[in-house]
Design a protein around this ligand. Structure first.
Ligand SMILES: NC(=O)c1ccc[n+]([C@@H]2O[C@H](COP(=O)([O-])OP(=O)(O)OC[C@H]3O[C@@H](n4cnc5c(N)ncnc54)[C@H](O)[C@@H]3O)[C@@H](O)[C@H]2O)c1
Ligand SMILES: [Zn+2]
Length: 362
Protein backbone atom coordinates (compact mmCIF):
# COMPACT_ATOMS: atom_id res chain seq x y z
CA UNK A 1 0.00 0.00 0.00
CA UNK A 2 1.16 3.54 -0.78
CA UNK A 3 0.57 6.56 1.46
CA UNK A 4 0.56 10.24 0.61
CA UNK A 5 0.14 12.24 3.78
CA UNK A 6 0.61 15.95 4.29
CA UNK A 7 -1.18 18.58 6.44
CA UNK A 8 -4.21 18.79 4.18
CA UNK A 9 -4.47 15.46 2.33
CA UNK A 10 -4.41 11.87 3.53
CA UNK A 11 -4.36 9.48 0.60
CA UNK A 12 -3.96 5.69 0.52
CA UNK A 13 -3.44 3.75 -2.69
CA UNK A 14 -3.97 0.01 -2.73
CA UNK A 15 -5.15 -2.92 -4.88
CA UNK A 16 -8.47 -3.94 -3.34
CA UNK A 17 -10.65 -2.67 -0.47
CA UNK A 18 -9.23 -4.99 2.22
CA UNK A 19 -7.26 -2.33 4.05
CA UNK A 20 -9.97 0.35 3.90
CA UNK A 21 -10.98 0.31 7.57
CA UNK A 22 -7.40 -0.11 8.74
CA UNK A 23 -6.44 3.05 6.89
CA UNK A 24 -9.46 4.80 8.36
CA UNK A 25 -8.58 4.02 11.94
CA UNK A 26 -4.99 4.97 11.20
CA UNK A 27 -5.98 8.47 10.01
CA UNK A 28 -8.23 8.77 13.07
CA UNK A 29 -5.27 7.84 15.34
CA UNK A 30 -7.11 4.75 16.62
CA UNK A 31 -5.93 1.17 16.97
CA UNK A 32 -8.76 -1.10 15.90
CA UNK A 33 -12.11 -1.45 14.15
CA UNK A 34 -13.75 -1.62 17.59
CA UNK A 35 -12.37 1.81 18.46
CA UNK A 36 -13.41 3.10 15.04
CA UNK A 37 -16.96 1.87 15.58
CA UNK A 38 -17.09 3.81 18.81
CA UNK A 39 -16.03 6.97 17.00
CA UNK A 40 -18.57 6.52 14.18
CA UNK A 41 -22.13 5.46 15.05
CA UNK A 42 -23.09 4.75 11.40
CA UNK A 43 -21.64 4.54 7.88
CA UNK A 44 -23.56 6.04 4.99
CA UNK A 45 -22.31 4.91 1.57
CA UNK A 46 -23.33 6.94 -1.48
CA UNK A 47 -22.74 5.42 -4.93
CA UNK A 48 -24.31 5.51 -8.41
CA UNK A 49 -25.89 2.57 -10.25
CA UNK A 50 -22.61 1.69 -11.96
CA UNK A 51 -20.49 1.66 -8.83
CA UNK A 52 -23.39 -0.11 -7.11
CA UNK A 53 -23.19 -2.85 -9.74
CA UNK A 54 -19.42 -3.14 -10.05
CA UNK A 55 -17.86 -2.02 -6.77
CA UNK A 56 -20.24 -1.83 -3.83
CA UNK A 57 -20.51 -5.52 -2.96
CA UNK A 58 -16.76 -5.97 -2.94
CA UNK A 59 -16.27 -2.85 -0.83
CA UNK A 60 -19.02 -3.82 1.62
CA UNK A 61 -17.39 -7.16 2.41
CA UNK A 62 -14.59 -5.12 3.99
CA UNK A 63 -16.77 -2.66 5.91
CA UNK A 64 -17.82 -3.67 9.40
CA UNK A 65 -20.14 -1.65 11.61
CA UNK A 66 -23.52 -1.90 13.36
CA UNK A 67 -25.29 0.55 11.08
CA UNK A 68 -24.45 0.75 7.39
CA UNK A 69 -26.76 2.53 4.94
CA UNK A 70 -26.59 2.70 1.14
CA UNK A 71 -27.88 5.39 -1.16
CA UNK A 72 -27.80 5.05 -4.95
CA UNK A 73 -28.00 7.94 -7.40
CA UNK A 74 -28.36 7.90 -11.18
CA UNK A 75 -25.00 8.02 -12.97
CA UNK A 76 -24.13 11.30 -14.67
CA UNK A 77 -23.71 15.02 -14.18
CA UNK A 78 -27.46 15.63 -13.83
CA UNK A 79 -27.34 14.07 -10.36
CA UNK A 80 -25.25 16.97 -9.06
CA UNK A 81 -28.53 18.80 -8.52
CA UNK A 82 -30.45 20.52 -5.74
CA UNK A 83 -33.16 17.84 -6.06
CA UNK A 84 -30.75 14.95 -5.47
CA UNK A 85 -29.09 16.90 -2.68
CA UNK A 86 -32.45 17.42 -0.97
CA UNK A 87 -33.41 13.75 -1.37
CA UNK A 88 -30.15 12.59 0.19
CA UNK A 89 -30.36 15.02 3.12
CA UNK A 90 -33.97 13.90 3.71
CA UNK A 91 -32.79 10.29 3.78
CA UNK A 92 -29.93 11.14 6.18
CA UNK A 93 -32.52 12.63 8.52
CA UNK A 94 -34.82 9.63 8.12
CA UNK A 95 -32.13 7.14 9.18
CA UNK A 96 -31.01 9.46 11.98
CA UNK A 97 -27.53 10.14 10.73
CA UNK A 98 -25.80 12.14 13.43
CA UNK A 99 -22.75 14.37 13.78
CA UNK A 100 -20.89 11.16 14.64
CA UNK A 101 -21.76 9.39 11.38
CA UNK A 102 -19.42 8.96 8.43
CA UNK A 103 -20.34 9.48 4.79
CA UNK A 104 -18.48 7.36 2.23
CA UNK A 105 -18.45 8.47 -1.43
CA UNK A 106 -17.94 5.44 -3.67
CA UNK A 107 -17.79 6.53 -7.29
CA UNK A 108 -16.49 9.01 -9.82
CA UNK A 109 -16.35 12.76 -9.48
CA UNK A 110 -20.13 13.14 -9.58
CA UNK A 111 -20.68 10.97 -6.51
CA UNK A 112 -17.65 12.52 -4.83
CA UNK A 113 -18.74 16.14 -5.35
CA UNK A 114 -22.35 15.50 -4.33
CA UNK A 115 -21.61 13.26 -1.32
CA UNK A 116 -18.89 15.68 -0.25
CA UNK A 117 -21.34 18.57 -0.37
CA UNK A 118 -23.88 16.61 1.68
CA UNK A 119 -21.12 15.94 4.23
CA UNK A 120 -20.07 19.60 4.20
CA UNK A 121 -23.58 20.82 5.01
CA UNK A 122 -25.49 18.12 6.90
CA UNK A 123 -25.69 19.32 10.53
CA UNK A 124 -23.12 22.03 9.64
CA UNK A 125 -20.65 19.43 8.41
CA UNK A 126 -19.80 15.82 9.26
CA UNK A 127 -16.87 13.56 8.39
CA UNK A 128 -16.62 11.83 5.02
CA UNK A 129 -14.16 9.78 3.01
CA UNK A 130 -13.63 9.54 -0.70
CA UNK A 131 -13.30 6.18 -2.46
CA UNK A 132 -12.79 7.36 -6.05
CA UNK A 133 -13.46 4.74 -8.73
CA UNK A 134 -12.87 6.63 -12.00
CA UNK A 135 -9.39 7.65 -13.16
CA UNK A 136 -10.41 11.32 -13.10
CA UNK A 137 -11.62 11.00 -9.53
CA UNK A 138 -8.49 9.08 -8.40
CA UNK A 139 -6.04 11.65 -9.71
CA UNK A 140 -8.10 14.79 -9.33
CA UNK A 141 -11.59 15.28 -7.93
CA UNK A 142 -11.29 13.16 -4.76
CA UNK A 143 -8.27 15.16 -3.60
CA UNK A 144 -8.42 18.73 -2.36
CA UNK A 145 -11.76 19.08 -0.63
CA UNK A 146 -13.75 20.91 -3.29
CA UNK A 147 -17.37 19.77 -3.11
CA UNK A 148 -20.44 21.05 -4.89
CA UNK A 149 -23.48 20.78 -7.10
CA UNK A 150 -24.80 22.52 -10.22
CA UNK A 151 -27.71 24.88 -10.70
CA UNK A 152 -29.08 24.77 -14.24
CA UNK A 153 -26.16 25.42 -16.58
CA UNK A 154 -23.94 26.80 -13.85
CA UNK A 155 -21.49 24.09 -12.91
CA UNK A 156 -20.38 23.80 -9.28
CA UNK A 157 -22.02 27.13 -8.49
CA UNK A 158 -23.15 25.89 -5.04
CA UNK A 159 -20.41 24.32 -3.00
CA UNK A 160 -17.99 24.31 -0.11
CA UNK A 161 -14.42 23.43 0.71
CA UNK A 162 -14.60 20.40 2.99
CA UNK A 163 -11.59 18.08 3.30
CA UNK A 164 -12.30 14.34 3.37
CA UNK A 165 -10.96 12.46 6.38
CA UNK A 166 -9.07 10.41 3.79
CA UNK A 167 -9.06 9.44 0.14
CA UNK A 168 -8.81 5.68 -0.33
CA UNK A 169 -7.87 4.64 -3.87
CA UNK A 170 -8.32 1.07 -5.06
CA UNK A 171 -6.68 1.05 -8.50
CA UNK A 172 -8.32 -2.30 -9.28
CA UNK A 173 -11.64 -0.48 -9.55
CA UNK A 174 -10.40 1.05 -12.82
CA UNK A 175 -10.81 -2.37 -14.42
CA UNK A 176 -14.60 -2.02 -14.55
CA UNK A 177 -14.50 1.58 -15.79
CA UNK A 178 -15.67 2.04 -19.43
CA UNK A 179 -12.70 2.63 -21.77
CA UNK A 180 -14.02 6.03 -22.83
CA UNK A 181 -14.02 7.25 -19.22
CA UNK A 182 -10.58 5.79 -18.63
CA UNK A 183 -9.06 7.58 -21.62
CA UNK A 184 -10.78 10.78 -20.61
CA UNK A 185 -8.99 10.52 -17.24
CA UNK A 186 -5.70 10.19 -19.15
CA UNK A 187 -6.15 13.82 -20.24
CA UNK A 188 -5.71 14.84 -16.60
CA UNK A 189 -2.77 12.46 -16.10
CA UNK A 190 -0.95 14.10 -19.03
CA UNK A 191 -1.77 17.49 -17.51
CA UNK A 192 0.08 16.57 -14.29
CA UNK A 193 3.16 15.48 -16.22
CA UNK A 194 3.22 18.81 -18.05
CA UNK A 195 2.73 21.02 -15.02
CA UNK A 196 5.16 19.33 -12.64
CA UNK A 197 6.76 16.05 -13.64
CA UNK A 198 8.68 15.67 -16.88
CA UNK A 199 9.81 12.17 -15.84
CA UNK A 200 6.16 11.15 -15.69
CA UNK A 201 5.80 12.22 -19.33
CA UNK A 202 8.57 9.78 -20.29
CA UNK A 203 7.03 7.13 -18.05
CA UNK A 204 3.69 7.46 -19.86
CA UNK A 205 5.37 7.08 -23.25
CA UNK A 206 7.55 4.14 -22.16
CA UNK A 207 4.69 2.28 -20.45
CA UNK A 208 1.74 3.13 -22.66
CA UNK A 209 0.88 -0.50 -23.38
CA UNK A 210 0.68 -1.40 -19.68
CA UNK A 211 -1.33 1.75 -19.08
CA UNK A 212 -3.81 0.80 -21.80
CA UNK A 213 -3.96 -2.70 -20.26
CA UNK A 214 -4.61 -1.18 -16.81
CA UNK A 215 -1.76 -3.22 -15.32
CA UNK A 216 -2.01 -2.99 -11.54
CA UNK A 217 1.60 -2.09 -10.69
CA UNK A 218 1.68 0.53 -13.45
CA UNK A 219 -1.59 2.01 -12.20
CA UNK A 220 -0.29 2.28 -8.65
CA UNK A 221 2.77 4.11 -9.93
CA UNK A 222 0.91 6.43 -12.29
CA UNK A 223 -1.97 7.27 -9.94
CA UNK A 224 0.42 7.79 -7.01
CA UNK A 225 2.53 10.31 -8.92
CA UNK A 226 -0.51 12.30 -10.04
CA UNK A 227 -2.18 12.18 -6.61
CA UNK A 228 1.10 13.34 -5.05
CA UNK A 229 1.26 16.37 -7.33
CA UNK A 230 -2.35 17.29 -6.62
CA UNK A 231 -1.85 16.81 -2.87
CA UNK A 232 1.31 18.95 -2.84
CA UNK A 233 -0.38 21.77 -4.72
CA UNK A 234 -3.51 21.65 -2.53
CA UNK A 235 -1.36 21.59 0.59
CA UNK A 236 0.33 24.82 -0.45
CA UNK A 237 -2.81 26.54 -1.69
CA UNK A 238 -5.92 24.98 -0.18
CA UNK A 239 -8.45 27.66 -1.18
CA UNK A 240 -7.13 28.40 -4.69
CA UNK A 241 -5.36 31.68 -4.00
CA UNK A 242 -2.61 31.25 -6.58
CA UNK A 243 -0.58 28.07 -7.11
CA UNK A 244 -3.64 25.85 -7.47
CA UNK A 245 -4.46 27.71 -10.68
CA UNK A 246 -1.75 25.79 -12.58
CA UNK A 247 -4.09 22.79 -12.37
CA UNK A 248 -6.17 24.60 -14.99
CA UNK A 249 -3.71 23.85 -17.80
CA UNK A 250 -5.85 23.30 -20.91
CA UNK A 251 -9.05 23.90 -18.95
CA UNK A 252 -9.75 27.53 -19.86
CA UNK A 253 -9.92 26.49 -23.52
CA UNK A 254 -11.59 23.18 -22.68
CA UNK A 255 -14.75 24.59 -21.07
CA UNK A 256 -16.12 25.95 -24.35
CA UNK A 257 -15.04 22.93 -26.38
CA UNK A 258 -16.61 20.51 -23.91
CA UNK A 259 -19.87 22.46 -23.91
CA UNK A 260 -20.16 22.94 -27.68
CA UNK A 261 -18.59 19.83 -29.19
CA UNK A 262 -20.20 17.09 -27.14
CA UNK A 263 -16.94 15.35 -26.20
CA UNK A 264 -15.59 14.11 -22.87
CA UNK A 265 -13.91 16.42 -20.37
CA UNK A 266 -10.52 14.74 -20.80
CA UNK A 267 -10.70 14.97 -24.60
CA UNK A 268 -11.51 18.68 -24.34
CA UNK A 269 -8.59 19.11 -21.93
CA UNK A 270 -6.07 17.61 -24.37
CA UNK A 271 -7.37 19.86 -27.15
CA UNK A 272 -7.05 22.78 -24.71
CA UNK A 273 -3.48 21.75 -23.84
CA UNK A 274 -2.73 21.60 -27.57
CA UNK A 275 -3.87 25.23 -27.86
CA UNK A 276 -1.77 26.23 -24.85
CA UNK A 277 1.27 24.59 -26.48
CA UNK A 278 0.66 26.46 -29.71
CA UNK A 279 0.58 29.75 -27.84
CA UNK A 280 3.80 28.86 -26.02
CA UNK A 281 5.48 28.05 -29.33
CA UNK A 282 4.40 31.35 -30.84
CA UNK A 283 5.76 33.18 -27.81
CA UNK A 284 9.02 31.19 -27.97
CA UNK A 285 8.49 29.84 -24.46
CA UNK A 286 9.31 26.23 -25.39
CA UNK A 287 11.22 24.16 -27.92
CA UNK A 288 9.33 22.34 -30.71
CA UNK A 289 10.71 18.95 -29.52
CA UNK A 290 8.80 19.31 -26.28
CA UNK A 291 5.58 19.90 -28.18
CA UNK A 292 6.33 16.86 -30.37
CA UNK A 293 6.53 14.69 -27.28
CA UNK A 294 3.05 15.82 -26.28
CA UNK A 295 1.81 14.98 -29.78
CA UNK A 296 3.37 11.52 -29.55
CA UNK A 297 1.64 10.91 -26.23
CA UNK A 298 -1.78 11.95 -27.54
CA UNK A 299 -1.35 9.64 -30.50
CA UNK A 300 -0.50 6.68 -28.25
CA UNK A 301 -3.60 7.27 -26.14
CA UNK A 302 -5.80 8.22 -29.10
CA UNK A 303 -6.58 11.59 -27.59
CA UNK A 304 -7.79 14.32 -29.97
CA UNK A 305 -5.89 17.53 -30.74
CA UNK A 306 -8.54 19.26 -32.81
CA UNK A 307 -12.26 19.95 -32.43
CA UNK A 308 -15.28 19.92 -34.72
CA UNK A 309 -17.21 23.16 -34.46
CA UNK A 310 -17.85 25.96 -36.92
CA UNK A 311 -17.61 29.09 -34.83
CA UNK A 312 -14.31 29.52 -32.95
CA UNK A 313 -15.51 32.90 -31.62
CA UNK A 314 -18.15 31.12 -29.57
CA UNK A 315 -15.46 28.98 -27.91
CA UNK A 316 -13.50 32.16 -27.23
CA UNK A 317 -16.53 33.88 -25.68
CA UNK A 318 -17.11 31.01 -23.25
CA UNK A 319 -13.42 31.26 -22.32
CA UNK A 320 -13.76 34.95 -21.64
CA UNK A 321 -16.65 34.34 -19.26
CA UNK A 322 -14.73 31.75 -17.23
CA UNK A 323 -15.36 32.36 -13.54
CA UNK A 324 -11.63 32.04 -12.86
CA UNK A 325 -10.81 35.22 -14.81
CA UNK A 326 -10.52 38.44 -12.91
CA UNK A 327 -10.55 42.11 -13.95
CA UNK A 328 -11.72 41.13 -17.44
CA UNK A 329 -8.39 39.47 -18.28
CA UNK A 330 -8.13 35.91 -19.59
CA UNK A 331 -5.95 33.82 -17.30
CA UNK A 332 -4.09 31.13 -19.20
CA UNK A 333 -1.72 28.44 -18.02
CA UNK A 334 1.07 27.94 -20.56
CA UNK A 335 3.96 25.45 -20.80
CA UNK A 336 7.21 27.35 -20.30
CA UNK A 337 9.67 24.44 -20.05
CA UNK A 338 9.81 20.68 -19.55
CA UNK A 339 7.36 19.86 -16.75
CA UNK A 340 6.87 23.52 -15.99
CA UNK A 341 4.02 26.02 -16.57
CA UNK A 342 3.15 29.62 -15.73
CA UNK A 343 -0.09 31.55 -15.36
CA UNK A 344 -0.26 34.55 -17.72
CA UNK A 345 -2.98 37.12 -18.34
CA UNK A 346 -1.46 39.27 -21.06
CA UNK A 347 -1.88 37.24 -24.26
CA UNK A 348 -3.48 39.24 -27.09
CA UNK A 349 -7.07 38.22 -27.84
CA UNK A 350 -6.38 38.00 -31.61
CA UNK A 351 -3.61 35.51 -30.99
CA UNK A 352 -5.85 33.36 -28.80
CA UNK A 353 -8.58 33.31 -31.44
CA UNK A 354 -5.99 32.47 -34.08
CA UNK A 355 -4.76 29.46 -32.14
CA UNK A 356 -8.30 28.21 -31.50
CA UNK A 357 -8.92 28.47 -35.25
CA UNK A 358 -5.76 26.50 -35.96
CA UNK A 359 -7.11 23.58 -33.89
CA UNK A 360 -10.36 23.44 -35.81
CA UNK A 361 -10.81 20.35 -37.95
CA UNK A 362 -11.00 21.39 -41.58
N1 LIG B 1 -14.03 18.40 -6.78
C1 LIG B 1 -13.07 18.58 -7.66
O1 LIG B 1 -11.98 19.06 -7.34
C2 LIG B 1 -13.31 18.18 -9.08
C3 LIG B 1 -12.24 18.16 -9.99
C4 LIG B 1 -12.49 17.72 -11.30
C5 LIG B 1 -13.76 17.31 -11.65
N2 LIG B 1 -14.77 17.35 -10.75
C6 LIG B 1 -16.13 16.89 -11.09
O2 LIG B 1 -16.05 15.50 -11.36
C7 LIG B 1 -17.13 15.14 -12.22
C8 LIG B 1 -16.64 14.21 -13.29
O3 LIG B 1 -16.11 13.05 -12.68
P1 LIG B 1 -16.01 11.66 -13.47
O4 LIG B 1 -15.33 11.88 -14.76
O5 LIG B 1 -15.47 10.67 -12.53
O6 LIG B 1 -17.52 11.39 -13.84
P2 LIG B 1 -18.63 10.37 -13.23
O7 LIG B 1 -18.64 10.40 -11.77
O8 LIG B 1 -19.89 10.69 -13.95
O9 LIG B 1 -18.08 8.95 -13.70
C9 LIG B 1 -18.01 8.65 -15.08
C10 LIG B 1 -18.82 7.40 -15.41
O10 LIG B 1 -18.09 6.26 -14.99
C11 LIG B 1 -18.91 5.45 -14.14
N3 LIG B 1 -18.00 4.80 -13.20
C12 LIG B 1 -17.23 5.40 -12.25
N4 LIG B 1 -16.43 4.49 -11.69
C13 LIG B 1 -16.70 3.29 -12.26
C14 LIG B 1 -16.17 1.99 -12.13
N5 LIG B 1 -15.13 1.72 -11.31
N6 LIG B 1 -16.71 1.01 -12.87
C15 LIG B 1 -17.71 1.27 -13.76
N7 LIG B 1 -18.22 2.48 -13.95
C16 LIG B 1 -17.72 3.49 -13.22
C17 LIG B 1 -19.91 6.40 -13.53
O11 LIG B 1 -21.06 5.72 -13.12
C18 LIG B 1 -20.17 7.33 -14.72
O12 LIG B 1 -21.10 6.74 -15.59
C19 LIG B 1 -17.71 16.45 -12.76
O13 LIG B 1 -18.93 16.70 -12.14
C20 LIG B 1 -16.69 17.50 -12.34
O14 LIG B 1 -17.27 18.75 -12.08
C21 LIG B 1 -14.56 17.77 -9.47
ZN1 LIG C 1 -10.31 18.57 -15.44
Amino acid sequence: MERIINNTCKIYIDEGYRSFQKCLYEVCNLNSIEELNKKYDAYFVICDYNTYNYQLYNMMTHLHGSYIYEYIINPGEDSKSLEDYERIITYCKKVNLSRKSLIIALGGGVVGDLAGFVAATYMRGIDYVQIPTSLLAQVDSSIGGKTGINLGNSKNIIGAFHQPKMTFINVESLKTLPEKEYLSGMGEVIKYALIKDYDLLNYLIDNYEDILDIKTSTMINMVRRCAQIKADIVNEDEKEGGLRRILNLGHTFAHGIEKLCNISHGEAVTIGINMAFKLSLRKNLIEPEYYNKFLELCEKFQLPLNFNYEDEKEIFNIMKNDKKNSFNKINLVLPVGKGNVEVVDNIEEDLIIDVIKECKNA
